[in-house]
Design a protein around this ligand. Structure first.
Ligand code: SF4
Ligand code: SF4
Length: 391
């Protein structure tokens, strides 16, 4: 388990820089190479990818920017078995071999069962996913086995009581907004992981970047305490301060982000009591200002029969709910996006997206809110705006 002793800061590769925002495979290798090199130069070593990232090309991107440019013992690589995608026991083997080839390695330092939850747990038991990863570990193809988890503390307890000997660590979504959020339950899930002595890697410490752009009032509280601390640093330090957390993942897109994260993670100091009290106030302000707790992970969009860009619409919806302007530029964005995608009103209610959402968001209900704001009210305001202009 010495692999667990690395520094508490991993490079999350779910949202690598792109040349074309609309094409998840258009990796900006010049920038990614720089970011990876800089992260390694600063003494960090852990890279987290997955089979499904970047439209199923994320592992390939990591191979080109990392594996083909650095010695194997300079970094640790984590990837994940896509639990929604495999069909049966043989298919797990096929995917695993494909992943070794995608990544250009002959073993994984860390390998996780990806996005475990009630929607896939029975399937995992039926086809022996826990035994599969244990077998690969015994063969030396995996060094450390984990599970990324997005469900209730009760299910986590059930899984760990049954399979504790097969899981070395758990990956949980922990951030200050989700700490007591009923659909994520970060605090209770962490308590269960601690109960079974499972070290925890944190994903989404910044909640998909939403904790970087916090409401002004919340930002002021943090800046007043220490103007040199970035807003993101509060979120990372909060996650890394929790008991049992051995690593926090950060998806970085700029040199400044790598510099900033390294500055406070190199000699990590947990948040003190005064800082924790500020976080409590900040959480309250953010909760009062966020309509849909979407992290923009995009899990819901694969397979939507109407090609509805759900997280984009939710992001616009959250922004418009924070503004007091009646006609916001968000409406222009909505119309532009809808040219090449399904509109929110085209949703047929099949709910395949809801079963994929790790945040358990009632997507179809919120899409109706989007329709109200961006299709009905926007149309009404546009007509009114035209009339006012003519008269
Ligand atoms: S419920 Fe609506 S948004 Fe969700 S997958 Fe079906 S059509 Fe797409
Ligand atoms: S709605 Fe859920 S699955 Fe879709 S992007 Fe947001 S958090 Fe991810």
């Amino acid at each position: 388990m010495e692999l667990m002793n690395e520094k508490k800061f991993g490079f999350g590769c779910m949202r690598l820089p792109l040349l074309d925002k609309e094409d998840p495979t258009s990796f900006d290798y010049d920038l990614i190479n720089k970011l990876f090199d800089m992260y390694l130069e600063k003494g960090f070593t852990y890279f987290d990818t997955a089979y499904t990232y970047h439209g199923y090309h994320g592992e390939e991107g990591v191979r080109k920017a990392l594996v083909e440019r650095h010695l194997r013992d300079e970094f640790q690589l984590a990837t994940k078995l896509p639990l929604r995608d495999f069909k049966d026991s043989c298919d797990m083997e096929r995917i695993f071999n494909e992943q070794l080839s995608n990544c250009g390695v002959d073993f994984f330092d860390f390998y996780l069962l990806h996005n475990m939850g009630s929607n896939v747990f029975n399937k995992c038991e039926k086809y022996g996913a826990f035994d599969f990863v244990a077998k690969k570990k015994a063969e030396g193809k995996i060094k450390v086995v984990g599970m990324s988890f997005h469900d209730t503390p009760e299910l986590l307890d059930k899984i760990l009581s049954k399979y504790t000997d097969k899981l070395d660590f758990i990956q949980l979504q922990i951030n200050y907004v989700d700490w007591n959020q009923p659909n994520v339950n970060a605090c209770d899930c962490l308590e269960i992981a601690n109960k079974y002595n499972k070290p925890v890697t944190v994903m989404e410490p910044c909640k998909g970047g939403t904790l970087v752009n916090v409401p002004k009032e919340a930002e002021k509280l943090m800046r007043d305490y220490n103007p040199n601390y970035s807003i993101a640093s509060w979120a990372f330090r909060y996650a890394a301060s929790q008991k049992g957390v051995f690593r926090v993942l950060s998806g970085m897109n700029t040199i400044e982000q790598v510099e900033d994260n390294a500055s406070f993670m190199q000699n990590f100091e947990p948040l003190n009591e005064e800082e924790m009290a500020i976080i409590e106030k900040v959480t309250k302000i953010i909760n009062e200002n966020t309509a849909v707790p979407c992290t923009a992970c995009e899990y819901c969009t694969h397979g939507c029969p109407k090609n509805i860009p759900i997280p984009k619409y939710f992001s616009l919806y959250n922004s418009i709910m924070r503004t007091t302007d009646s006609f916001s530029s968000q409406m222009v964005y909505y119309n532009n996006i809808a040219i090449n995608h399904g509109k929110a009103s085209e949703c047929i209610g099949c709910k395949q997206c809801e079963s994929a959402c790790p945040q358990h968001i009632k997507i179809t209900t919120h899409l109706k809110d989007v329709v109200e704001k961006f299709e009905k009210i926007a149309l009404f305001l546009l007509e009114k705006f035209k009339k006012d202009k003519i008269s």
